[in-house]
Design a protein around this ligand. Structure first.
Ligand code: GCU
Length: 421
């Protein structure tokens, strides 16, 4: 009931009845009204000193990570959590013989009541130590594939149309529901492994969901800088990476953090904090992801915090009506990925995510990549649709709606071929 009321309140407040459908009139979609804003400079530290060397950047990087933790995502607890990796199933000839498919449960030894992170891993057959795309999924592992023998997740599921969940439990109708977003065979044929897990294994996505996730045992809910759900999802990606480091079928030096939308925000925060990720891909991650917060276009910090009060830290809400006071902006989050390869992608039918703001976020990482002698995006001119651009930092604005399409994956595979292998 609480959940239902929450959804209704969010829908009324945001005019946001299904993902991506927003009452456009309420928000700014007019470029001429964006106005002016002054972005913080990633290469000037909190005491006003200019950063000129990689060594100075290493210290500034820590400062920026702290600022993002204190003001945006909340502090990720530092303690090491004892994990147990349990392989529950191996199919040595999955997807018509293309892959070895494994299911691995990551269990929390000291918190036996917590749900495990249930990882679905496909490794291309005949390839030693495969690079891997690691991304969380929105609706359970059974959603990313039509394979009938994959168990349905028993975790809390968001309500969806067409009985894909009943009383917040997945039904058979959800099987393969997001298969199109995960072209697993195409990825495997290119020599990459795919690892995924349901984001709700870490925390079910509603304001009180933290009671059933990792934040119920780690962190301090009384603090304004306690981690939010995005922090928990990002943390979970690092725990999956802990597992991948133990699997000889995987090249753990080539793990790519990828995510779409809210999970794209988490993929960025994971890649920023954990430099074991070799590259980061944020697909339509929008506000609180790759898009500049100070740009008044599409979703705003205030809207984000009202619609999803559990995603960020409490202090982030204090910036709702004064984003210009944020000590950071999202180009600095993206800069934390440097010198590693970064891909930011938008869709022209997803103005809610502010494609131009995502593009500028990527463009303004340039001076940080330059410290490493790398060309980041290499331009500040917004490209035409379906024109991928950039070097170590890449960007495209696909035609179509808020989604993950084969077009996006084709670019990500090329990017990985060129920069991660
Ligand atoms: C909403 C939200 C976005 C988010 C998206 C998603 O549209 O406002 O910030 O990225 O949901 O996760 O699909």
């Amino acid at each position: 009931m609480t959940r239902l009321l929450f959804c209704l309140a969010v829908a009324l407040l945001t005019g946001h009845f299904t993902n991506g459908q927003v009452a456009e009139s309420v928000y700014n979609y007019d470029e001429t009204k964006v106005g002016t804003y002054k972005l913080p400079n990633p290469l000037i530290n909190a005491s006003g000193k200019a950063i000129k060397t990689r060594a100075e950047w290493a210290t500034r990087r820590i400062e920026l990570l702290q600022l993002f933790a204190e003001n945006v995502y909340g502090k990720t607890p530092k303690q090491t959590v004892r994990l147990r990796f349990q392989t529950t199933s191996v199919d040595s000839s999955a997807l018509n013989g293309l892959a070895i498919r494994k299911l691995i449960s990551i269990k929390f030894v000291d918190y036996p009541k917590l749900p495990s992170i249930d990882v679905l891993l496909y490794v291309p057959k005949g390839r030693k130590a495969a690079p891997v795309f690691l991304g969380l999924n929105f609706c359970g592992n059974h959603c990313v594939t039509t394979e009938a023998d994959l168990p349905l997740s028993t975790r809390w599921m968001m309500s969806g149309t067409g009985d894909v969940s009943v009383n917040n439990k997945a039904t058979e109708k959800a099987r393969g529901m997001q298969e199109r977003r995960w072209p697993i065979s195409m990825i495997l044929k290119r020599g990459y492994a795919v690892a995924t897990a349901y984001y709700g294994d870490l925390e079910p996505d509603y304001p009180e969901g933290w009671h059933a996730g990792i934040r119920s045992v780690l962190g301090d809910t009384t603090r304004a800088d306690n981690w939010g759900a995005i922090g928990a999802w990002a943390w979970g990606m690092s725990r999956i990476l802990d597992y991948l480091q133990t699997d000889p079928a995987i090249d753990a030096k080539r793990v790519i953090s990828i995510g779409h939308s809210r999970i794209g925000k988490a993929a960025l925060w994971a890649g920023a904090q954990d430099d074991r990720f070799a590259a980061v891909i944020a697909n339509e991650s929008g506000e609180g992801g790759a898009a500049l917060s100070r740009r008044w276009y599409g979703e705003t910090v205030e809207r984000l915090n009202i619609s999803f009060p559990h995603w960020f830290c409490e202090r982030y809400k204090t910036y709702n009506k004064r984003v210009d006071d944020l000590p950071v902006d999202q180009h600095e989050l993206l800069a934390l990925v440097a010198p590693r390869p970064l891909y930011v992608a938008s869709a022209d039918g997803d103005q809610w995510s502010d494609p131009k703001g995502e593009f500028l976020g990527a463009a303004y990482t340039t001076p940080v990549y330059a410290l490493y002698g790398k060309v980041g995006l290499g331009t500040t001119t917004f490209p035409a649709v379906n024109q991928p651009i950039g070097q170590t930092v890449r960007y495209h604005d696909r035609t179509g709606k808020h989604d993950v399409m084969n077009y996006d994956w084709e670019q990500y595979l090329r990017f990985a071929d060129e920069l991660v292998r």
